[in-house]
Design a protein. Structure first.
Length: 305
């Protein structure tokens, strides 16, 4: 979460009454993440999270918010968007589409152990299962076509070793056939800082604004790349997920290549943020080198098999 758009107190106070959440007490910017503008909002009815969407179309936003409502109705610990009397989940605020969502308790963890990775695997499997009947999801906005397009745009900004790595990995991914893998809605940003914990269990998962249809295994690879720092935690993650949705033989075969695809995607996202930054009052940027090194390690592991 970041803040690109500033909201004044009077503007927010005038926007809130349609949601029947009482009077505004205080609000504060949230300085984390990279895509939208976010605030904690405290009213006489409790705490909420306000999100202003910087580059999301109305159709995309309708999907993201309806998906979160769908998952919350299925018992998943995710933010529930509030609606006004007309059933709208978002309305303009300061010239941007904005939504108020329920606040999730808990805190993120930096160094998950095997038990926590198993619990996260189960939660991801439950999310995939709960989203299976959601109608007509759009494609993953940062899928293979996006990687090719952004990769081509970023190549002129990279030094020769980085450019060679990017070109080779794009060629490798273009040669893969993921068509036999089970597909469905993926969260696509299921990082440690997007999952909250309370009393030793996951208490919330948020930031669904990269969600879309893709290979379900890609979501598991994204989680593995961020959560698992050891063979034990990786084994626990996969076991937790497979307890909810067992992996197919095709998925087991594709696993090494999809871990590389997941690392490539987040290397590109962070390179894009570095070389094509957006202005904002409180903006979080993340180092792309972490995912470049991870991609190189995964490539070495693949070549040694």
């Amino acid at each position: 979460m970041s803040v690109y758009t500033t909201v004044g107190r009077e503007q927010l106070a005038a926007w809130l009454p349609a949601l029947d959440v009482g009077e505004l007490r205080q609000y504060a910017a949230i300085a984390a993440g990279t895509q939208n503008s976010n605030y904690f909002v405290d009213t006489t009815a409790g705490r909420f999270v306000l999100t202003l969407f910087e580059h999301i179309t109305p159709a995309e936003l309708d999907f993201y918010l309806a998906l979160q409502a769908h998952l919350a109705n299925r018992g998943l610990p995710c933010p529930r968007p509030l609606t006004d009397a007309a059933g709208r989940r978002w309305r303009p605020l300061v010239g941007k589409p904005a939504a108020l969502l329920s606040y999730l308790p808990g805190h993120a963890i930096d160094s998950p152990d095997a038990a926590q990775c198993r619990a996260v695997g189960q939660l991801l499997g439950q999310l995939h299962t709960a989203a299976a009947d959601f109608p007509s999801p759009p494609p993953n906005p940062c899928g293979a076509a996006w990687s090719r397009r952004i990769g081509a745009l970023l190549l002129p900004h990279l030094n020769p070793p980085e450019a060679a790595l990017l070109q080779d990995e794009l060629a490798f991914q273009a040669a893969q056939n993921y068509n036999r893998l089970p597909r469905g809605i993926i969260h696509a940003d299921f990082f440690r800082d997007n999952v909250l914990w309370q009393d030793g269990q996951p208490s919330g998962v948020f930031d669904f604004y990269f969600a879309g249809e893709d290979s379900l295994l890609l979501d598991l690879a994204i989680v593995a790349n961020d959560w698992c720092a050891s063979p034990a935690t990786l084994t626990a993650l996969i076991a937790g997920y497979a307890a909810i949705r067992p992996l197919t033989n095709a998925e087991t075969t594709a696993w090494p290549a999809l871990r590389r695809a997941a690392a490539l995607r987040f290397w590109l996202l962070r390179l894009e943020a570095r070389h094509q930054p957006r202005a904002g009052d409180v903006v979080t940027t993340k180092d792309p080198e972490h995912f470049r090194h991870l991609l190189e390690n995964l490539r070495r592991a693949t070549s040694s098999q």
